[in-house]
Ligand binder design. Structure first.
Ligand code: ADP
Length: 483
């Protein structure tokens, strides 16, 4: 079976969040199941540079108004189609925002182009390869099922759209519609029309054959207004075609036994070796070498991630002998809040601003616990890395955090299956209680190491989830066979 994955970021080429990890890992996990997944992505400068020499597949004199080429190469175990279109992708900033953090004004065009070429591939653009299924990710690929539905060639390739975060919807002025090259009928409730605008995610959710999201709990949550962010009605109508499949992690990249980013490798049988990694964190962050637990945060610094709660609780963590090391960047107000906490508590609270992949590995390998007080979390990956590395996750009970962590309540501890601390409601009071509970457990060494061991043994691989995607693809292909 041949599947085309449509993604705006793919690890190890470019990454701003969990989507890249998933897009990079899923093709590799599906291969043993007989699924050949190719990936199409934009040709950002860093991507073209990393991939190097590529074969030309097609030329576009006019791809949404710009000249472009479609290239192909194998890279890092991935079969990649890259859209080389300097007019859309040759920029200094990130994949979505410029250097000052502002969305590119032509994002509607940049990601319509991605979906357009994906749909062309389904319709025979590459004479050597055509997908049986198109699998798009997030709003950036939302138009792929729309283009397929309204295409004149109409090969009726089944489509899957995965929601990694419904907060980002790709909503644009209706003035862009004529430039998308869709027939007028596509500007309707059955297509991309969304409260008088053009909605990319909305259009994708309306037209994809199946919708997935990245955990079973989030799949239920987005049926509610609190989490659905305006799309709950539409998702409710499509509930029969919606399924939650939890993410796995790439356990070659994230493996404490072999990780080359950390000073000392270890297993669940040699947890004491983590002490050297812990000391490396203290050195890197300028934290005092005291016995109390190191709580870490590796995150976008946003309201979604509950970073304001971390700031509020910093004093309490320090008062109880804990330390806090934060790696991240984001909302300037939150950045300032952490900076202020660090200034109040030198040697106890510290932050490294920015994005640092190697340091994110060290944090998981050396910190005692990772704080993830998210208000909503479609799946979350950092808690999965925490499990794998024995960095105990302290998580809000929502979305994928709810599905992947077994709370250290009395029964779970007694049975030796607890893997972290869950709390709700996700507010200051709930989080404070969770921190206190974590501090108490940390004092109880057998309980703590028992929890770390259970965490490290839990299955966070892609195997189960890849099987679920494979059966979804099979169901859709069989549906085609039915007249
Ligand atoms: P989201 O995609 O909502 O940001 P996830 O938990 O799904 O959250 O994925 C976040 C990914 O980005 C993880 O791989 C995490 O390790 C990584 N990450 C987040 N912030 C940083 C940072 N400042 N430096 C390095 N990696 C980071």
């Amino acid at each position: 079976m041949k599947v085309l994955s449509v993604a705006s970021e793919v690890f190890p080429l470019i990454k701003t969040g969990g989507l890249a990890d998933v897009a990079g890992a899923l093709p590799i996990a599906l291969a043993p199941l007989g699924i050949a997944m190719r990936t199409i992505m934009p040709g950002y400068p860093v991507v073209l540079e990393k991939v190097g020499k590529m074969r030309r597949v097609a030329d576009f004199p006019d791809l949404l108004g710009k000249p472009a080429r479609l290239l192909f190469a194998e890279h890092a175990g991935l079969d990649l189609y890259v859209i080389d279109c300097p007019g859309l992708y040759d920029r200094d900033g990130g994949p979505y925002v410029d250097k000052t953090g502002k969305d590119y004004l032509d994002n509607w065009q940049r990601f319509a182009a991605l979906s357009r070429v994906a749909s062309d591939l389904a319709n025979g653009l590459d004479p050597d390869w055509a997908p049986d299924i198109i699998h798009g990710h997030d709003w950036q690929a939302g138009l792929a099922p729309v283009y397929l539905k309204y295409s004149e060639v109409g090969t009726h390739t089944p489509s899957v759209l995965t929601i990694h975060n419904i907060a980002f919807q790709g909503q644009f002025s209706p003035l862009i519609f004529p430039a998308l090259g869709l027939p007028p009928a596509a500007y309707s409730v059955d297509g991309v029309e969304y409260y008088g605008d053009v909605g990319y995610l909305k259009g994708g959710l309306r037209t994809a054959w199946a919708i997935t999201t990245v955990s079973p709990t989030y799949a239920e949550e987005i049926l509610e207004p609190e989490f659905g962010m305006g799309l709950e009605g539409l998702i409710g109508e499509r509930a029969r075609d919606l399924i939650g499949i939890v993410n796995g992690i790439d356990d070659d990249v994230w493996n404490p036994e072999t990780d080359t980013h950390i000073p000392v490798n270890y297993t669940h049988a040699s947890l004491d070796r983590r002490a050297r990694n812990r000391a490396a964190i203290e050195k890197r962050f300028g934290l005092a070498a005291t016995d109390g637990p190191i709580f870490c945060v590796v995150s976008r610094l946003t309201w979604q991630k509950g970073i304001d709660l971390v700031i509020e609780l910093a004093d309490e963590i320090v008062a109880h002998g804990g330390k806090l090391a934060v790696l991240g960047s984001g909302d300037p107000v939150l950045e300032e809040g952490i900076r202020a906490a660090a200034a109040r508590h030198p040697g106890r609270v510290a932050i490294v601003f920015g994005y640092d992949e190697p340091l994110s590995h060290l944090m998981q390998a050396g910190a005692d616990a990772i704080l993830i007080p998210s208000r909503f979390e479609p799946c979350g990956l950092t808690q999965l890395y925490g499990l794998r590395y024995g960095c105990v996750p302290v998580v809000g009970r929502t979305g994928g955090l709810s599905d992947t962590i077994i709370d250290a309540n009395g029964a779970a501890l007694a049975a030796g299956v607890a893997t972290g601390i869950q709390f709700s409601p996700v507010d200051r009071h709930g989080f404070a209680q969770a921190i206190r509970r974590t501090l108490r457990l940390f004092e109880d060494k057998p309980a703590w190491t028992g929890m770390q061991t259970a965490a490290m043994k839990s299955d966070v691989s892609w195997q189960t989830s890849a099987g679920q995607y494979a059966s979804l693809y099979k169901t859709l292909i069989n549906r085609v066979a039915v007249p």
